[in-house]
Design a protein around this ligand. Structure first.
Ligand code: FDA
Length: 319
């Protein structure tokens, strides 16, 4: 119920204007967001790197409403890629296709994606295409396929375990040796396309993890790069200890070395767990979002965990 309210709020523009104006909202959101500008985010990444953590930077934005907004986002990502390179950071970049103009014009968006991939290639870097709601899954996979046909291999995708279709998609991606980040899924989906029960989403998450870890055994699978930017084929992205333990156990059974998979978590969530995994010898990449368009991302983080609402209420009444 609360989850649905927050996900609905994430799409309502008057709510966005009202909520993101307030200093208080930013104070709360800043738990999950590295800063409103790039320099703060780069500082956060340098700090994470010094602690043995890798990063993926996300210039926040989605559903660009105008051609200029989409072009602006692309320019920010291009400069970001140069900055990562000149600072020598162990970070790649995550993008969303609607941020690049997918809703406005597909060809225009596709060309933006090619421009970003070319710049990333020039800077020895990797781009992860985040997965948005299920109305865009097919198109996102098609774009991935099309850029690969054009010779780009510095690209990966996200698969959501709440979708019924994900097992089939994961098997196909694993067979093509495409780096996949497996997540549970953060959008509101109908029972026609997604498992309504958490138990099924979790079971499917473990299944997808197994498929990816098994594929990572193959000789030609992508491995961790020395510059910390190219991920291996499986990225297990969750904060849930049970899912992480499952992946660790499976990797052990398969005798997989830690350079063949990585764990991923979001900035500001379960930092101790991130550090514990690094100490235990695993690769961990932190998703570091930044920018002024933080509202929908923040609402999805609230939706994920009802306890966050109590955190807000508690803060509201604190002097
Ligand atoms: P679950 O929600 O069961 O949480 C497990 C535990 O983690 C909770 O009990 C709590 O302790 C902690 N936790 C989780 N979320 C929290 C929060 N918001 N605040 C505080 N604690 C929290 N989704 C998507 O649809 N497309 C995408 O491209 C991505 N990309 C992505 C990248 C990375 C690196 C991560 C980690 C996640 C995503 N996601 C995503 C989000 C994902 O789909 C999912 O919504 C969240 O990861 C929460 O699910 P968990 O697997 O953590 O489990």
């Amino acid at each position: 119920m609360l989850r649905s309210i927050f996900i609905s709020l994430s799409k309502i523009s008057w709510a966005q204007r009202a909520i993101s104006k307030g200093k208080f909202a930013w104070k709360l959101a800043s738990r999950f967001i590295a800063g409103e500008n790039k320099d703060s985010a780069l500082r956060v990444v340098a700090e994470l790197n010094s602690q043995g953590l890798l990063a993926t930077l996300d210039y926040l934005g989605e559903h660009a409403q105008t051609i200029d907004a989409a072009k602006g986002a692309v320019n920010k990502v291009l400069v970001l890629l140069d900055d990562i390179q000149s600072a020598g950071l162990k970070a790649n970049v995550s993008i969303k296709l609607t941020q690049l103009g997918l809703i406005l014009d597909e060809e225009f968006c596709f060309n933006h994606l090619l421009t970003i991939l070319a710049k990333a290639q020039e800077n020895d870097n990797f781009i992860r295409i985040d997965m948005e709601d299920s109305s865009l899954t097919e198109k996102t996979l098609e774009f991935l396929h099309q850029v690969m046909v054009r010779g780009y291999s510095n690209v990966g995708i996200v698969i959501q375990s709440y979708l019924y279709r994900s097992e089939k998609d994961t098997r196909a991606l694993a067979a093509s040796r495409v780096p996949v980040r497996v997540v549970k899924g953060a959008y509101r989906e109908s029972e026609q396309v997604a498992y309504p029960d958490k138990g099924d989403v979790d079971r499917n998450f473990d299944l997808l993890t197994s498929i990816l870890l098994e594929a990572a055994l193959q000789e030609d699978t992508p491995l961790h790069s020395h510059n910390g930017r190219f991920p291996p084929l499986p990225a297990i992205a969750t904060h849930e200890v049970k899912r992480i333990l499952f992946a660790r156990e499976k990797a052990k059974q398969l005798n997989l070395t830690p350079d063949r998979y990585e764990f991923q978590m979001l900035f500001g969530i379960r930092r101790n767990l991130q550090h514990e995994l690094v100490k235990a010898g695993y690769f961990v990449r932190v998703y570091v979002p930044y920018g002024t368009h933080w509202y929908p991302y923040f609402m999805r983080r609230l939706a994920e965990r009802p306890a966050n609402v109590w955190f807000i209420i508690d803060n509201l009444f604190r002097p």
